[in-house]
Design a binder for this molecule. Sequence first.
Ligand code: GDP
Ligand code: MG
Length: 163
Amino acid sequence: MKFTVAIVGRPNVGKSTLFNRLIGKRLAIVDDRPGVTRDRRYGAGRLGDLDFTVIDTAGLEDVHDDSLESRMRDQTEQAVNSAQVALLVIDARTGVTALDEHFARQLRKRRTPVILVANKSEGKAGQAGAMEAYGLGLGTPIAISAEHGEGMGDLYDAMQPFV
Ligand code: GDP
Ligand code: MG
């Protein structure tokens, strides 16, 4: 079985940007089962010499009603269920939000190992947010910039034990 990595977290933290960086020019496949079409994308991820399937949890950004939390919960459950490791992404510039804490709580209850990823950490703007992220109780946050490709070596080191 191929190793699978699920990218989870609240909207706008940079999950899709990280997904795109991990799949590079390789094509993403959208899950075409009814009801999940817009919600999850699968791609062939590569980081250094690691090859894996990567899942982007998407389709939540357009939803702003009461169903948002339950849809996020379902999305995260299903992605994490089929993964050997989850990347919980937070926005280091914004810092930790109530929704991030919600995700962290949900993931701490599960057996799937979690790597905490503090994205948007380029420059100095992310340093406080990355420190705050320790408080989520998911270990040392890995500071990256998905947009600028920074911190990918640290992400590699964090993922390697699970692959
Ligand atoms: P998603 O909703 O979690 O999938 O987030 P997206 O990947 O769509 O990104 C949300 C916004 O954050 C976009 O405007 C991205 O350009 C921006 N973004 C993503 N990664 C970074 C990063 O490393 N640094 C900065 N400054 N912005 C980023
Ligand atoms: Mg997205």
